[in-house]
Design a protein around this ligand. Structure first.
Ligand code: ADP
Ligand code: SF4
Length: 700
């Protein structure tokens, strides 16, 4: 189909200084968890987006010098010739599809701990970032940079920019955002200097200005130079000549970089979860930038709607439509708009599992796109699959995220698929979870897949079909795939931090009871040791129904694991807004219908809380009865010609939506292939030569 004419503006070529992007789709720098140690994994991950039509594809943070060392968090480097070769794999891959490659040169300043390099972190005035996130905490405080340090960082930036040009990058960044070094010079809280780099906004901007100047000198007319800058804090401070210091910064630098890449200041607002903010949430902070510069502006906002994208351009907010998460969830988003296939966009759900991968220190994972990060090592493509050599008749029982993804991928491979679910509508756990506060966008997991499945002639959908072993044997498919999900249990939790025992009382509820419409009576205590979103969101849900609710967890924070998805601060705010008392570091010991007894996790000291009901959000176990029943009927299965019974998703190993989708995709890819012991290709660093290093020579 042709492109909708009103979307054609998105496909105009755009200049970034001396280079030209083929369109306005700009994959802004984002963490991929793929360091230079995984150069082929990284190149293929980025290439998929270039193939899918993103006009500019950028790296994540790329350190310019060992004094910027974020380990154990993953980061790229441009320190030597081996690094150049590692990055060249990506630039070549991106160029194969006519897109530009950008590199986010980066110095972490006081926010890195240099755990590997063991150099002192650098900062304008010795002020550290005292993070509450355990992954970022450290006990090394930064050194105050003297003029020689500043000159050295400028030299490293210029040197890294020259290496970037050699590696084939078209756009080279200066990074002054998110608490990193350039940003620390901009903010008076970090910058207490009394020399020409501190004090007035003109002085605080000086370091960033010099970083841009040396970068431009280094790359000449071969690359565009982009400034990535966080504006949230500065936007809140009144300026002397402009409404805010953010305005003054842009005015001072207006003609210098070839592109402004503008963003928020902290990860929870910059990469905000859909649970707490919608599409385009950056606009109130960055909306003024274009009024002060003629240079192109790129910004993000989890944009997945082409109408919103067009409006951002026509309303003069942005020139480029920036995307990190939308490009992970659907590398082919631009191509689908260009080809009039908007309905096929696999929209990002804003769950932030992708960012949790970076916090975990592993390559990116995505709930919506199970192929993300698997392009090279497993050979998966976000849009194409190999056709099966010999199509089979496959029955999938359970149409939650795992069953839907498995059906879609098996259908694309040419199998004859029957998908049955006992419920009236498909979606499994999401049928309920999408109704919880802030989670409606998560249903995109279901919408995308059902939309495609309904178009496929070789997939039959059977809702309201409860299947037992007898029915399955009677249907006699070639294969059975069980995607029957998991159940929440009423198990408690021991001081050894493992699930233990059961709390058997009519006033005890699990999330499955709430999903089935059984609401607790009277004051309710939520005991959460699942630690992800469910405990917090159900607490909000009950409070919204007018039920007096309190929240207890053995962890140190409410919904403790959501620190990984940037949601934790906002979970606490949401609970506080609903006036929910939060008790941390406590176990639930017992409940008698009137009183719950809690014990401190470490001291064992007991406290009693009056409540009529208890909701336990703890351990999930597979719904495994059907698998067990089929296992006992091996002879009947063989007689019916059923060759295999496989399990996927939560019924195999209960997890997050991302695990279920990946599990469904994996089985669908593997059916009909010979699965080897080693399930994926292992990447290796590119090392042509390890340079000799002589300490005495280096010191001379
Ligand atoms: P996952 O996350 O692994 O996809 P879900 O719990 O979201 O798991 O979905 C499992 C689905 O399987 C639910 O919709 C449930 O109603 C369905 N289901 C479970 N047992 C059966 C069965 N015996 N017959 C048909 N559908 C079933
Ligand atoms: Fe979007 Fe979630 Fe995928 Fe991240 S993991 S890109 S937030 S769908």
């Amino acid at each position: 189909m042709p492109c909708n004419p009103s979307y054609e503006i998105l496909f105009e070529p755009m200049r970034i200084g001396p280079v030209t992007a083929p369109n306005r789709f700009y994959q802004v720098p984002h963490a991929s968890g793929m360091t230079n140690a995984l150069p082929r994994v990284r190149a293929a991950f980025r290439e998929a987006k270039a193939e899918g039509g993103w006009g500019v594809i950028c790296t994540g943070a790329c350190s310019i010098d060992p004094s910027s060392d974020d380990s154990p968090l993953p980061f790229a480097t441009l320190w030597d010739d081996n690094d150049i070769r590692a990055h060249a794999l990506m630039t070549e891959a991106v160029h194969r599809h006519g897109s530009l490659a950008g590199v986010e040169l980066w110095h972490g300043g006081a926010s890195v701990m240099n755990r590997t390099s063991r150099l002192p972190p650098l900062s304008p005035s010795g002020i550290p970032w005292m993070a509450t996130h355990v992954g970022f905490m450290g006990n090394l405080r930064p050194k105050t940079m003297d003029k020689a340090d500043i000159r050295e960082v400028l030299r490293c930036q210029a040197e890294a920019a020259r290496k970037a040009r050699t590696a084939g990058f078209d756009v080279v960044y200066v990074y002054a955002g998110m608490g990193y070094l350039g940003y620390e010079f901009l903010l008076p809280e970090y910058n207490h200097r009394t020399d020409c780099y501190g004090g007035s906004i003109e002085n605080r901007v000086r370091f960033v200005r010099e970083m841009i100047e040396v970068t431009k000198d280094a790359v000449g007319q071969d690359c565009g130079v982009a400034l990535r800058v966080s504006l949230e804090e500065l936007r809140d401070r009144p300026g002397r000549n402009q409404p805010s210091e953010a305005h003054e910064l842009v005015e001072l630098l207006a003609d210098l970089p070839d592109l402004f890449d503008v963003k928020m200041d902290s990860s929870p607002t910059d990469c905000s979860a859909s649970r707490f903010s919608g599409e385009g949430s950056h606009e109130p902070v960055i909306d003024f930038v274009k009024s002060l510069t003629k240079k192109p502006v790129v910004g993000v906002g989890r944009f997945t709607s082409p109408d919103t994208m067009v409006l951002q351009i026509k309303r003069g907010v942005l020139d480029f439509i920036g995307g990190a998460r939308p490009s992970i969830a659907d590398p082919f988003l631009p191509a689908k708009i260009r080809e009039g296939r908007e309905a096929e966009i696999r929209e990002c759900i804003g769950c932030n599992i992708c960012i949790s991968s970076w916090h975990d220190g592993v390559p990116v994972r995505c709930t919506q796109n199970p192929t993300a990060g698997e392009e090279w090592r497993r050979g998966w493509h976000p849009e194409r699959t190999d056709r099966a050599d010999s199509p089979e008749r496959i029955l999938i029982v359970g149409g939650g995220p795992a069953g839907l993804e498995c059906a879609l991928t098996l259908g694309r491979r040419g199998h004859e698929v029957t998908l049955a679910d006992s419920s009236r509508s498909f979606g499994g756990r999401l049928a309920f979870e999408r109704t919880l506060p802030g989670l409606s966008a998560w249903n995109r997991v279901v919408d995308y897949r059902l939309g495609r499945l309904n178009e496929m002639g070789n997939v039959s959908l059977y809702p309201e079909s409860v299947l037992g072993a007898d029915e399955i044997i009677e249907l006699a498919p070639d294969r059975v795939v069980l995607a029957t999900g998991a159940r929440w249990t009423d198990m408690l939790y021991s001081s050894m931090e493992i699930p233990v025992g059961r709390l058997d009382h009519p006033g005890v509820f699990t999330p499955d009871d709430i999903a089935a419409g059984r609401l607790p009576q009277g004051p309710t205590l939520v005991f959460d040791f699942d630690n992800y979103y469910m405990g917090g969101v159900l607490t909000e849900h009950l409070a919204a129904q007018g039920i007096p609710v309190s929240y207890v967890t053995p962890a140190g924070q409410a919904s403790a694991w959501t620190i990984m998805t940037n949601e934790l601060p906002l979970v606490h705010r949401a609970l506080a807004r609903r006036k929910v008392p939060v008790t941390t570091l406590h176990l639930l010991k017992s409940f008698d219908g009137e009183t719950a007894t809690l014990a401190h996790l470490f001291t064992g000291e007991e406290v009693r809380v009056a409540c009529r009901s208890v909701l336990i959000v703890g351990l999930r176990l597979p719904r495994g009865e059907l698998f067990e029943a089929l296992t006992l009927r091996a002879d009947a299965l063989a007689a019916a010609g059923i060759r295999n019974v496989d399990r996927i998703g939560d019924t195999l190993a209960p997890g997050a939506l991302a695990h279920a989708v990946h599990s469904g995709h994996k089985l669908a890819q593997e059916i009909g292939t010979k699965i080897r012991w080693q399930p994926y290709r292992r990447d290796t660093p590119i090392v042509d030569a390890v340079a000799d290093f002589d300490m005495r020579t280096a010191a001379e």
